[in-house]
Design a binder for this molecule. Structure first.
Ligand code: WT7
Length: 695
């Protein structure tokens, strides 16, 4: 390793880099709940026994592999791809354009001409190599004592039955299928069934509202929607079928008619007879799928054929349909899973993410199954019936790798150590974190209390767009620093650039970009390649721009500092301020709205909305409630603002641009840091806002 002394202060995960157009980028040395770290105090060295058994036992081995991956990406990734079944090998050119992403016409391709199938590689290939009787999925229900499991053989049977049903109902290669399911086994089964027949799945997180679902249906025009009648989340029953009904009838009225809604009867949550039904459109999964054959031929697809679409939020208006293709995604999720978690065949792996997000796609479903892993799928909420549930599950299944989000770590940390220490947890060997920067105190609690100071933590930085891990520790390979995602994965060349897009060397702070393409990269935004190029490749020409701020310390460790665009990260969920604003202004009594993110103890950030009611409307608590409801119905409960702040006016420049910098300061009550307000069209607005801060 390079120089190992470190005199940097601990990163404040909440420090927001200034917006793109402001002058200085400085890392804030604010510390949450602990002393400023210095020297060795902030480095945690790998256990020697762990390191010795790891895939990458030391930094030297990493450097060797990393150097190979950068100097000869085609060779490196061909080797990684060789372990999979290819009906036909890819052409001479492993990747497009020599990875040049500077050109105007960006077209990323990996393994083009290679013919394969990711479902075949997840299931049939593992069965053929003798793992048919291995458990593929352990399923743990919301309520204690409700569980199920499937071996690789059984999973293949189930997937084939559904695949046959989809085919019988006219779903063909390239067609899209929307999946709106909670964490039942039927969710990964549905994804794999689509992949098997070359259909493009689009999973919509089952916390999204009818309007969000409708928007996605209209955008990708699915042949069929797969859902269930209801789900239990803790003590609540959520009627998903009602949401789907409303989305389907609205989308019909907007010209997109879906003729088939395959509905799984989740009877513990709701009886069939209590479910609203449209005979000509709705079909019970249990009535039709089990009758189908358990043999289904694979649709062989090109490595560059689309695998799935996943909608995510950007800094402007409508959600973006991130498109991933087959071959590169397959190789990349499998390799990242194996190395970043030091995966071994004896592991029992649990990722708490929902398959409705990218983490669930890459690291509940594809990455682990491609490796032949045993995956735990949990239906419920992690602190139900009490905050010990996770460790109860860990002990029950002898989970060895536990991957979760900082927000859960912080919330469990608040509930006290007793809920953790009453369980053994001795099966655990690797921990993981994803979704937002993990603050050092949460990191330490996770490490010391949950992992008994034995288990390395893989703090994995990546995005829906990147398909898989980009910056991540490799457990055992190097010392960790709490709060740092450490070093780039193989093949990834991060660059930290300044305002002008100039790459900086050594210790620095700026905008996180990536220099060349990697196999798991998304290929386009569905139906809008131009938006793809402008959003990601034009901010800093020659680079993929992530939207994140980042610094690198003098030891070369990377520290993510959060989004620098108008995206808020609430409990690891990405929410565009523009989407929340448009949900607010859709309320008849709202004239204008401006939304910012504010630091929150458990959620990381929360949503803070400044709202100007239309002329003559009185401020009231009821109006606040109905504004929040408007966001819940437009987007989903997870995007509901935590605070509505009445705003007779918003701080705008003379050209009418809202100055969010000022709003952020007011929202976080840093009133002495408002900065220069002289360029405002009406500086009095600021005083008005401050006066109304707690009303
Ligand atoms: C954004 C991507 C892909 C994981 C789930 C979220 C933030 C994600 C980390 C991390 C710091 C992180 C970034 C990124 N983020 N992981 N380990 N450390 N920040 O996927 O919804 O596409 O959001 O999540 O801000 O840009 P996503």
């Amino acid at each position: 390793l390079p120089a190992m002394t470190n005199n940097l202060t601990t990163t404040n995960r909440h420090s927001h880099l200034p917006a793109r157009n402001s002058a200085v980028l400085k890392r804030k040395a604010v510390v949450i709940g602990e002393a400023v770290a210095s020297d060795d105090a902030d480095r945690i060295f790998p256990d020697q026994d762990f390191a010795q058994q790891a895939h990458v036992p030391d930094f030297g081995k990493y450097l060797e592999m990393y150097t190979w991956s950068i100097e000869d990406p085609a060779g490196f990734w061909s080797e990684m791809a060789d372990g999979f079944y290819w009906k036909k090998k890819w052409g001479q050119q492993v990747n497009s354009e020599n990875l040049d992403i500077t050109k105007g016409n960006i077209k990323i391709e990996w393994f083009k001409g290679g013919i394969t199938n990711i479902c075949y590689n997840c299931l049939d290939r593992n069965i053929e190599s003798g793992n048919g009787e291995k458990i593929a999925i352990h399923w743990e229900g919301n309520d204690r004592g409700v569980d199920d499991s499937l071996t690789y053989n059984q999973l293949l049977d189930r997937v084939c039955q559904l695949a046959n049903y989809l085919k019988e109902n006219g779903v063909k290669k390239g067609d899209s299928v929307i999946i709106y399911l909670p964490m039942l086994m039927e969710l990964p089964i549905s994804m794999l069934a689509c992949a098997r027949i070359g259909a493009v799945h689009s999973v919509v997180f089952a916390g999204f509202s009818a309007e969000s679902l409708e928007q996605r249906i209209i955008d990708c025009k699915p042949k069929i929607v797969i859902t269930c009648n209801a789900v239990k989340r803790g003590t609540k029953v959520i009627n998903l079928k009602d949401i789907v009904d409303s989305a389907l009838s609205e989308s019909s009225q907007n010209g997109v008619h879906v003729g088939l809604c395959l509905t799984y009867a989740n009877e513990p949550a709701m009886k069939r007879e209590d479910t609203k039904w449209q005979k000509q459109r709705d079909v019970w999964w249990q009535d039709v799928v089990p009758k189908c054959s358990t043999k289904c031929d694979v649709e062989w697809v090109d490595a560059e054929d689309p695998l799935f679409l996943l909608y995510t939020s950007g800094s402007t208006g409508k959600p973006k349909g991130v498109l991933h293709t087959t071959g590169g995604y397959m190789v990349y999720t499998a390799a990242t899973f194996k190395y970043a978690f030091d995966y071994k065949p004896s592991d029992i792996y649990w990722c708490t993410a929902d398959c409705g997000w990218i983490t669930g796609h890459s690291y509940v479903a594809y990455g682990p199954l491609l490796n032949g892993a045993t995956v735990l799928v949990y239906e419920g909420v992690p602190n139900y019936p009490d905050p010990g549930r996770c460790w109860d599950i860990v002990d029950k299944y002898k989970v060895t790798i536990f991957y979760t989000a900082p927000t859960l770590v912080r919330s469990l940390m608040r509930d006290g150590n007793e809920y953790v220490t009453r369980y053994s947890r001795k099966s655990l060997r690797v921990l993981g974190s994803v979704g937002e920067p993990i603050n050092p105190s949460a990191w330490r609690w996770f490490y010391n209390v949950v992992g008994d100071s034995r288990c390395p933590i893989s703090d994995t930085w990546w995005q829906t767009e990147t398909g898989g891990f980009m910056i991540t520790p490799l457990p055992g390979a190097w010392p960790q620093k709490p709060g740092s995602a450490t070093f780039p994965f193989f093949g990834v060349q991060p660059a930290i650039v300044d305002e002008k897009g100039k790459e900086m060397e050594g210790e620095c702070s700026g905008y996180l970009c990536v220099k060349t393409s990697w196999p798991g990269a998304f290929r386009t935004l569905f139906g809008d390649h131009e938006r793809y190029e402008t959003t990601y490749f034009s901010a800093f020409p020659g680079y993929y721009f992530s939207g994140d701020g980042c610094s690198r310390d003098k030891d070369g460790y990377y520290w993510l500092t959060g989004r620098v665009d108008d995206v808020i990260n609430v409990s690891g969920h990405r929410i565009g301020t523009a989407e929340v604003e448009s949900a607010l202004v859709s309320h008849p009594k709202c004239a204008e709205a401006a939304v910012v993110g504010v630091e929150h103890e458990v959620k990381g950030q929360c949503i803070y909305a400044f709202v100007t009611p239309v002329e003559g409307v009185e401020y009231s608590e009821d109006l606040k409630k109905s504004l929040v409801l408007s966001v819940r119905t437009n987007i989903g409960a997870f995007a509901a603002p935590d605070k509505i702040h009445w705003a007779p006016g918003l701080p705008k420049t003379r050209s009418g641009k809202i100055m969010r910098r000022i709003l952020r300061k007011i929202a976080s009550r840093q009133l002495d840091e408002l900065g220069d307000t002289s360029t405002l069209a009406d500086p009095n607005v600021v005083d008005q806002l401050i006066a109304l801060a707690d009303s």
